[in-house]
Design a protein around this ligand. Structure first.
Ligand code: SF4
Length: 439
């Protein structure tokens, strides 16, 4: 039998892009393509690009160049695919360029340059599809695109307006992930709490009931699956308050990833942030009174045009006062096509760099204080794997999302598998890196 056509994939960018890559792979695998983890082993390479920031564009162009040098047959897709001229200008030899979430177009391009050899008896795809994340956790994308127009962001111009998936389709996917062994579901989209706005929260039939395509309803149903459910990219719209009791009841993880981006009301308006309001500190205090274990992760931009020293200090005060548990910081980048590029009063790069350093100092001090406060406490962790160097299992508490938050090194247990969940006692802490013994 002839060798099956083999595809390699290079996946850049955010978890949403990763989900796109998984869909492309699942589809190709179902058509009989084999997958290769190396350039040499592949007949053709798909590069799924990111075009969010200029630095991401440069990284994407570099990855395309590397794939061309190492393999020669390259199809480009993803966010940067919108800028075909830029790609073809840098790399005239790419076989095809398609845009974000154009699965059909990528697959057709692969068919054109590397025809499939399908054998339906052999090419079985697991019901849950193929995933690039470890087997015990998976990203669940509930919508594409975004209705907001934050002035620093070009995602809506790349990915279009919000398109929500029907609630029953999301729940069916979640259920098949759980059946396939997933123990933690990470809900993602550009704006998770806006889920369903575009379809007027349309109901769809799930099991014996109708479920609205609405943030709360979806969170409630996901909470019935018996696995960890973590919410990412949640904007603080008023209805976010409704999911806090679900967290307090242990239905979904007490974890909110809310990209606040800043704390100065004037700058938030200039950023055109959705749901920006002055009562944020008050609301966070109220959430914590309902769910004391709540972990808040957020990301912030420093050096947005016009940011004064005083406004920057407001931001530092905010992350302390709000007790932001995990804070990511981005230096403002003047992205081509973003409305904020037109704002006068761009901040000098050395000022941006200096503010970034100060932000990181404050956030590191907070992380260390938080870690120290956990010593002696019992925490529930999910195991991600075993580290040969430290001879410890590595896991995460409910407060830690994979890849972006902290880890726990667990000693003194019996044999564990990724996805196992157990209680441990924290014995030492260094910021977000904790050490623990089996409880
Ligand atoms: S909410 Fe704002 S930052 Fe996020 S994708 Fe939409 S426009 Fe961009």
């Amino acid at each position: 039998m002839a060798k099956a056509p083999t595809i390699g994939i290079v996946s850049l960018g955010c978890p949403k892009a990763l989900v796109d890559s998984e869909r492309i792979l699942t589809r190709l695998r179902s058509e009989g393509y084999q997958l290769s983890g190396s350039y040499e082993g592949a007949d053709l390479v798909v590069v799924n690009t990111c075009g969010f920031l200029d630095s991401a564009k440069a990284e994407s162009l570099e990855a395309i160049g590397e794939a061309l040098n190492e393999n020669g047959k390259v199809i480009v897709t993803g966010c940067l695919g919108k800028e075909e001229e830029l790609i073809r200008g840098a790399h005239p030899n790419v076989l095809a360029v398609t845009g974000p979430h154009q699965y059909e177009a990528v697959v057709s391009a692969v068919h054109a340059h590397l025809p499939p050899q399908h054998d339906p008896k052999l090419d079985l795809v697991p019901e849950s599809g193929l995933r690039l994340t470890p087997r015990h956790y998976a990203y669940l994308k509930i919508s594409e695109g975004c209705n907001n127009r934050c002035s620093f962001c070009i995602i809506p111009s790349i990915r279009g307006d919000l398109v929500s998936r029907p609630a029953n389709a999301v729940l069916k996917e979640a259920e098949s992930l759980v059946k396939a062994g997933v123990k933690e579901i990470l809900v993602i989209s550009q704006d998770t709490s806006a889920y369903g706005v575009d379809v007027k929260y349309a109901e769809s039939k799930w099991k014996d009931r109708m479920v609205r395509a609405k943030f709360y309803d979806l969170a409630k149903e996901l909470g019935e699956l018996g696995v960890w459910v973590r919410l990412h990219y949640v904007y603080p719209y008023p209805h976010v308050d409704e999911v806090i009791p679900l967290m307090a009841e242990g239905k979904i993880l007490p974890y909110l990833d809310i990209p606040f981006q800043h704390a100065s009301p004037r700058l938030l308006r200039a950023m055109r942030r959705p749901a920006n309001q002055d009562r944020t500190l008050e609301r966070i205090a109220q959430w914590r009174s309902i769910c004391p274990d709540l972990t808040i992760r957020s990301s912030f931009i420093v050096g947005f045009p016009g940011e004064t020293e005083e406004e920057f200090e407001t931001l530092l005060d905010f992350i302390e006062e709000a007790g932001i548990d995990r804070a990511g910081c981005f230096k403002y980048e003047n992205v081509e096509g973003a409305a904020s590029r037109e704002i006068d009063d761009q901040i000098e790069q050395d000022v941006i760099d200096e503010r970034y350093e100060r932000f990181m100092e404050t956030q590191t001090a907070l992380a260390y204080a938080r870690g120290d406060a956990l010593v002696g406490a019992t925490q529930t962790v999910i195991i991600d794997g075993f580290d040969e160097n430290t001879r410890a299992y590595e896991g995460r508490t409910k407060a830690d999302a994979p890849e972006i938050d902290g880890i726990v090194r667990v000693f003194g247990t019996g044999l564990l598998q990724p996805g196992d969940i157990l209680d441990v006692r924290i014995s030492a802490a260094e910021g977000h890196e904790l050490t623990a013994e089996a409880a």
